[in-house]
Design a binder for this molecule. Structure first.
Ligand code: ARG
Length: 463
């Protein structure tokens, strides 16, 4: 008859389609390191509490270590008939060591087992994603440092607005990523509690030491409520929300790279290693990598929606629906990992075009605010100054001139306060340097921000 662990109750085999429908080892197989780690912590605690003999414990631990080695060596064949990663490993253990293997599951259920495995896996995944983010931050700091002198238009409404430094723009991307990183760190801290010992839903009659298993697995404490421990998945919602926000940020960065590498902007040249050609148009160098980063955002946002919908309306405690949590979580982490790596490579190998950026500053009247500020700093109410500057822009447009090409008489006709010194304010470098307010693009502010971020990255590398 059936070789399922619940075989006693059953007289018929699971229908083939039902078996295929419910098997999950092709997805959850990657939880094996966490599953083995969790089982070792559990069985050692069973020994310490004299629930199992020392001999049983040693046999189980040795057996699990052998299974670990055989999975690492690619020797263990996952069997979908054994449903999931937990039953594959347990069956392999019983095959390997016999009776003692059957004692491992004492005082445990797959419900607290899988919840524990997922917390361990996700905690680790948050850590490696923050490392991926740090790698991209390093790239941004390096690029920013090398381009402090590059001026470029800052935009609102995708219209040239005011001059900034390229470094300032790159550091804006870094700020977005810093917050993404912080969200992952927060999520990892909150999820760091142990469900183990909650068993199926109501704990167990065995005198387990839940503090000991929590400690052994690096959790801060055992979860307080057994029903919650086996059924809560908000730790996944938090992690994947953080990833979805991060993916949206990466998509915005990618979109700017796409725009900037167009002929229309020409601000950046992506390297050959991160662009592709066209099979029909020989001149093309397409920014496929940032386009794909932008495109893959849907997967991550989709993963979040997937999890939210899966959880909505689930009664406590465990329901099999929860098995569906793994694919979206893995997909979200894998996608963000790849996007971060691709963007790191694409940005570090890209070259920025100082001349094209400078040329873009010449058109578009980015110095109009300077004219208004010049007047306002001489006592003219800003609203009036703004109006006067607007009139000057209109006249410059009519004459096909820039603001610095307009003769002084035109300025003075627009407002009697104008004198020669207004032209000095129109210089782009001056305009950027005068924006020395905290958080602004002036050289000193950008250099402070760079040093500050460098320091933070260094401290994290040291930690
Ligand atoms: N594969 C299952 C999951 O991922 C393990 C828990 C199964 N528990 C159960 N009561 N059927 O959720």
């Amino acid at each position: 008859m059936t070789d399922k662990p619940w075989g006693g109750r059953f007289q018929e085999e699971l229908d083939a389609i039902a078996a295929r429908f419910s098997a999950s080892v092709d997805v959850d197989g990657r939880l094996w390191p966490q599953d083995i780690e969790g089982s070792i912590a559990h069985v050692r605690m069973l020994g310490e509490r004299n629930i199992l003999s020392e001999d049983d414990v040693e046999q189980v631990v040795a057996g699990l270590e052998r299974i670990r080695a055989s999975i690492e060596g690619g020797e263990l064949a996952w069997d979908p008939e054994r449903e999931d990663v937990h039953m594959n490993i347990e069956s392999a253990l019983i095959e390997a060591i016999g009776e003692a293997g059957g004692r491992l599951h004492t005082g445990r259920s797959r419900n607290d087992q899988v919840a524990t495995d997922m917390r361990l896996w996700t905690r680790q995944a948050c850590q490696s994603t923050t490392a991926d983010i740090d790698a991209l931050l390093e790239v941004l700091v390096d690029k920013a440092e090398a381009h402090v002198d590059f001026l470029m238009p800052g935009y609102t409404h995708l219209q040239r607005a005011q001059p900034v430094r390229l470094a300032h723009h790159l550091l804006a991307w870094a700020e977005m990523l810093e917050r993404d990183r912080g969200r992952l760190v927060d999520a990892a801290a909150r999820m760091n509690e142990s469900p183990l010992g909650s068993a199926a839903l109501a704990g167990t009659t065995f005198p387990l030491d839940r503090d000991a298993t929590a400690r052994a697995l690096g959790f801060d404490r055992p979860m307080r409520n057994s029903l919650d421990a086996v059924s809560s998945r908000d730790f996944l919602l938090e992690a994947v929300s953080a990833l979805a926000i991060c993916a949206v940020h990466l998509s915005r960065i990618a979109e700017e790279l796409v725009l900037w590498s167009s002929q229309e902007f020409g601000f950046v040249q992506m390297s050959d290693a991160f662009t592709t050609g066209s099979s029909i148009m020989p001149q093309k160098k397409n920014p496929d990598m940032p386009e794909l980063v932008r495109g893959k955002t849907g997967r991550v946002v989709g993963s979040l929606v997937n999890l939210l919908v899966m959880l909505k309306g689930l009664p406590l405690a465990y329901n099999r629906d929860l098995q569906e949590d793994k694919a979206p979580v893995f997909e979200a982490f894998d996608t963000v990992h790849d996007c971060l790596a691709v963007l790191s490579g694409a940005i570090s190998s890209a070259t920025f075009d100082r001349d094209r950026m400078a040329a873009a500053l010449k058109e578009g009247f980015l110095d109009a605010t300077e004219v208004a500020d010049w007047l306002a700093s001489r006592g003219v109410p800003f609203r009036e100054a703004h109006h006067v500057a607007g009139k000057l822009v209109r006249q410059a447009v009519q004459r096909g001139m820039t603001l610095s090409e307009l003769p002084l008489e035109v300025y003075q006709a627009a407002h009697h306060a104008f004198d020669e010194s207004v032209f000095r304010a129109l210089d782009m470098e001056t305009a950027v340097e005068r924006r020395s307010v905290l958080g602004g693009p002036a050289r000193a502010r950008v250099q402070e921000a760079l040093a500050e971020l460098r320091g933070r990255l260094q401290a994290r590398r040291g930690a």
